[in-house]
Design a protein around this ligand. Structure first.
Ligand SMILES: Nc1ncnc2c1ncn2[C@@H]1O[C@H](COP(=O)(O)OP(=O)(O)OC[C@H]2O[C@@H]([n+]3cccc(C(=O)O)c3)[C@H](O)[C@@H]2O)[C@@H](O)[C@H]1O
Ligand SMILES: Nc1ncnc2c1ncn2[C@@H]1O[C@H](COP(=O)(O)OP(=O)(O)OP(=O)(O)O)[C@@H](O)[C@H]1O
Ligand SMILES: NC(=O)CC[C@H](N)C(=O)O
Length: 552
């Protein structure tokens, strides 16, 4: 039995499916934590979280077992023991679990009891729930290891306390959502400390995995509820924590307390993190995007420059006969401010070729939205040709307001691989543009100073697909539209409830109809960074074919 423990917290990124890579990285970080008795890694650090249905492939679970044995063998060197999250096939059932690796062996294994099955989580579909976990014994100390959701609810921690746990170490794969960092510390895990009277370590992963981003923001709370450590958000970080046992139990010595980003800096960092990891992990040399002189493409280019560096961002202006001189000037100035390449490829020759090709088929039809959308699709084809030829991934730039009501052209401006602003309403796009002009993000690789010309932020949004077109011709002004959408999407309000908030009934009925009709477009849209509690794709899963309208 010991009265002192040094526990290292490894707030790491992960690569889903790269078991050997994740294992190698854990050993690298362990080698840096020389004074540690124990080094702790986030939930499912070995396989990457969330690995989704990949865990159901028997060969994957078998490989995880092999890699875990190798890691266990590596602890025969007398260095720090390791707490490693992985998957475990046990008597035909698959568990999300954690292993204590010590003295060259797998010294203990515990399974997750509470499986989250809401929002983005589907763990009941892929895992069996473990029994109530007992504490693990390490150097004579009984440590409770609630795995993520186990710590979000009271029963597991209470059980661990009852079974003699002396401190709690919670390993997490807790995705970013607006304000979630403070909620984890001040509400959820502070409650576990109050209920059990035990000190608690909360360790979370960082980095992006498809639509999810993880902010880290790990911490240690002492039994009196005071924070002893706060690790930085959005960065990998190794933190040594020093614990002593006194008459009142275990106490963690005070350490550095990082400040976590406020609004809207956190949203911007989430977008940078999600895009950076998506592009780098999937091996693209950079990104290409259509730069129209509008705010959506401008902020996407700025985010990409902060994610990848300006030299990996390639903007292309694709003017048509409706593109104004001010759009050409704004696009050029924006690229110059960001410090990235911009080329100009006029689309008129392709537009004329399509007019010609289709003139026979369309001879008895008026010109309508068909011709407008052909311009957008020509841009999509051109940008995808650049992507094919040079390897850069095409960014899509539709914000959540547009994606909500289908204000985008399928196979046109919706063509692409990833959308950094997919979960940001238009008013959020304005807010982060203002913010980025006044601040360089801490994790950003872009330039200091403003990156978006003021005119792009102040001019009325327009798709420029026909003369003098404005978004407000088809949609309510964005401050109004966004409030309605917030009520309909994020809060799942009915038309009557939204009308009661002071909005015009006909408009709300129309917006709800557009929202439901556009489901088919969203189902074919690229993934993008989740910011809120109700993103399109993982959180909000509506039927495409859907006759329900709440306003009739
Ligand atoms: N339920 C369903 N399941 C599967 N497919 C369905 C469908 N309903 C329609 N469709 C298909 O979708 C087609 C209509 O969708 P789509 O072709 O997108 O055309 P549509 O939605 O009619 O038009 C695009 C809209 O996006 C606006 N916009 C805003 C900003 C930028 C841009 C831009 O392009 O840069 C565009 C543009 O002004 C216009 O209002 C139909 O012709 C039909 O083929
Ligand atoms: N002239 C253009 N050149 C290059 N890309 C374009 C052009 N027009 C549209 N696009 C692409 O299509 C996307 C959708 O156009 P849209 O007008 O909705 O967005 P925006 O111009 O960036 O912003 P805003 O809605 O504020 O005008 C743009 O973000 C851009 O990627
Ligand atoms: N991986 C998990 O169990 C995460 C669930 C947890 N409630 C969260 O949102 O962070």
């Amino acid at each position: 039995m010991t009265n002192r423990l040094n526990i290292a917290m490894a707030q790491l990124n992960q690569r889903v499916g790269d078991l050997a890579g994740n294992a190698g990285k854990m050993l690298e970080w362990r080698a840096k934590a020389t004074d540690a008795d124990l080094i702790v890694f986030p939930e499912q650090q070995l396989i990457g979280y969330p690995a989704e249905d990949l865990v159901l492939k028997p060969a994957f679970a078998a490989r995880a077992a092999v890699e875990l044995s190798k890691l266990a063998a590596a602890t025969a060197d007398g260095g720090p023991a390791m707490l490693v999250g992985s998957i475990f096939l046990d008597d035909g059932a698959l568990y999300n679990g954690i292993a204590l690796l010590d003295g060259g062996q797998i010294a203990a294994v515990r399974y997750k009891h509470e499986l989250p099955n809401y929002g983005t989580f589907d763990e009941k579909r892929i895992f069996a729930a473990g029994p109530m976990p007992e504490p693990v014994l390490f150097k004579g100390v009984r440590i409770g290891v609630p795995i993520c959701e186990d710590g979000w609810l009271a029963p597991v921690s209470l059980h661990l306390k009852e079974r003699g746990a002396e401190l709690l170490i919670s390993t997490n794969g807790s995705p970013y959502e607006i304000d979630k960092d403070d909620r984890r510390l001040e509400e959820v895990f502070a409650a576990r400390v109050r209920e059990t009277g035990l000190p608690l370590m909360f360790l979370n992963r960082v980095g992006g995995q498809d639509e999810l981003v993880f902010d880290g923001s790990s911490f240690v709370l002492n039994a009196d509820g005071a924070a002893a450590h706060r690790l930085p958000d959005w960065e990998e970080h190794l933190r040594m924590t020093h614990w002593t046992r006194g008459d009142d139990g275990w106490q963690c010595a005070d350490g550095p307390k990082a400040l976590w980003e406020d609004h809207p800096a956190d949203i911007y960092s989430a977008m940078v993190t999600g895009l950076r990891d998506y592009v780098n992990t999937n091996g693209f040399p950079g990104v290409v995007l259509g730069m129209s002189g509008g705010i959506d493409s401008a902020i996407c280019a700025a985010i990409a420059a902060d994610a990848l560096g300006p030299d990996r961002v390639w903007c292309v202006m694709l003017p048509s006969r409706y593109t104004s001189q001010s759009s050409l000037d704004d696009a050029a100035q924006c690229a110059e401010m960001i410090g990235c390449r911009i080329d100009t490829i006029p689309i008129a020759p392709a537009v004329m070729a399509f007019d010609d090709m289709l003139s026979g088929s369309f001879s008895d039809r008026d010109v309508d939205i068909t011709e407008e959308n052909i311009q957008s699709r020509i841009r999509g084809v051109t940008l995808m040709a650049l992507s094919n030829k040079f390897g850069h991934m095409l960014l899509t730039t539709g914000n959540k307001s547009e994606m909500s009501v289908g204000y985008a052209t399928i196979y046109g401006d919706m063509a692409g691989g990833y959308n950094p602003i997919k979960d940001a309403y238009k008013m959020t796009v304005f807010a982060i543009s203002e913010w980025r002009n006044a601040h360089k993000p801490r994790i950003g690789l872009g330039r200091d100073g403003p990156v978006i010309p003021g005119n792009i932020i102040t001019k009325p949004p327009s798709a420029e697909l026909r003369p003098d077109q404005k978004d407000s011709d088809s949609l309510p002004d964005y401050p109004v539209l966004d409030k309605m959408l917030h009520a309909l999407v994020e809060e799942e309000r009915s038309v009557d409830e939204v009308v009661a908030q002071g909005f015009d009934r006909d408009t709300v009925v129309r917006i709800e109809r557009l929202l439901y009709l556009a489901e088919y477009k969203r189902r074919q849209a690229p993934p993008g960074v989740k910011l809120g509690t109700r993103n399109f794709g993982r959180d909000r899963r509506y039927p495409i074919t859907n006759a329900f309208r709440s306003g009739r």
